[in-house]
Design a protein around this ligand. Sequence first.
Ligand SMILES: CC(C)(COP(=O)(O)OP(=O)(O)OC[C@H]1O[C@@H](n2cnc3c(N)ncnc32)[C@H](O)[C@@H]1OP(=O)(O)O)[C@@H](O)C(=O)NCCC(=O)NCCS
Length: 336
Amino acid sequence: MKKTSLYSSRITGTGSVFPKKIMSNDEISKLVDTNNEWILERTGIRERRIAAPGDPHETNSAMSARASLMALDMAGKTAADVDLIVYATCTPDTLVPSASSYLQHLLGAKNAGVMDVNAACSGFLYALTTADMFVRAGQKKCVLVIGAEVLSSYVNWQDRGSCILFGDGAGAVVIERTDYENPSRIYSSHLGADGQFTDLIICPAGGSKQPVTAEVIESAGHKITLKGREVFKVAVKTLADYATEALDSNGFKISDLDWFIPHQANLRIIEAVANRLDFPMSKTLVNIERYGNTSAATIPTMLDEAVRDGRIKKGHLLVMDVFGAGLTYGSVCLRW
Ligand SMILES: CC(C)(COP(=O)(O)OP(=O)(O)OC[C@H]1O[C@@H](n2cnc3c(N)ncnc32)[C@H](O)[C@@H]1OP(=O)(O)O)[C@@H](O)C(=O)NCCC(=O)NCCS
C-alpha cells in the first residue's frame, strides 16, 4: 500500500430506508407474461419495494434524508457537521436542481457543499471515491455519501425483460477524516467505464437529445430498456476483474477478504463472480431476494444491513464491487 496522502477517510455511520410497499413476483405477473418461478430462478428476486407516487415521504431525497439521519446518528454527528454531500442517483426528484440540494435543505446541512453523481448502478462507488478524494486532499472532514433511487418511475411495466428486476431504496454513509496510519480506512478505489456499451442499459428519451413528447410517451421511449443477456456476460467478467484489482493493488489475497459486497443485479451474476474469484457465497453479502436491483442504493443499503446485524465487525476487510449503465464499473477496498 503506497502512502499517497496525509489523510485517509473511514466510514463511521450507515443508514438505509426502503418504501413501505412490497411488490411480489406474483403481483408483477398480473402486469406482464411472467411468473414467480421464472423470476426467482433467473434472478434470485422474490420481491422489491416500490415508492408510492406522490408520497412526500418516499421521494428520492426524502428517503435519503431518513437514511442520512440514521448514518449521522451512528457516527455521532449532526447535519451541521457535514461539509459536503455527494449524492449518487440516476433518478433524482428533478433534473434541476440536484437531489443533493433537496437533501441539504431537508437535513438543514447548512455547512455542506452539494453535488450529484450519475454513474447509474455504479454511482455509489463513484460518489464514495469522490468524497474520499476530498477528505484525502484535506479539503473536507465529514462527508455524507448517498446512493438512492426511485427506479420504479423509469421502469416500463409492460416489458417483462426489465420490470422484474428493479426496486426503490436509499442508503447513506458518513465518511470522516482519519489518520493515514489508521488500519480502519478506505484503502483504494478503482473506477472505469466502457462507453461503447451505452445502448445496453438506456432511457433513450427524456434528455436534451430527445425530449419527452406525446410520441415518446406512447412508445415508452423515456423508460428503461435493457439488453439483459449482453449485460450479464460483461458484468460477470468485469466484476471479477475489478474485485481482483482491488485486492491485488493492496497486496491482499482473496483469502484475506472477510466480506465481498457486489452490486445486486442478479443472483446468478453474483454467484458466477464468486465462483470466478473462488470466494464462498457464505461471505458474499446478498439481499437481492428482498429488494431487487436498487441501482446506486444496492451497496450502501446492503452495507447498512450487515453493519447493523453485526455481520461486519471492526477489523474486517471488505471489497465493494459494482457495474452499471454506461457501462460503468468500480470497486473499493476498505477495512472496517
Ligand atoms: C434480464 C435477465 C434476468 C434475463 O435472464 P436470461 O436468463 O438472460 O433470459 P434471456 O433474456 O436469455 O431470455 C430467456 C427466455 O426467457 C424469456 N423471458 C424474458 N423475461 C422473462 C420473464 N420475465 N418471464 C418469463 N420469461 C421471460 C425470454 O423471452 C426468452 O425466451 P425465448 O428463449 O423464447 O426467446 C438477465 O439477463 C439479467 O439479469 N441480465 C442483467 C440485468 C441487468 O442488465 N441489470 C441492469 C444492470 S445493473
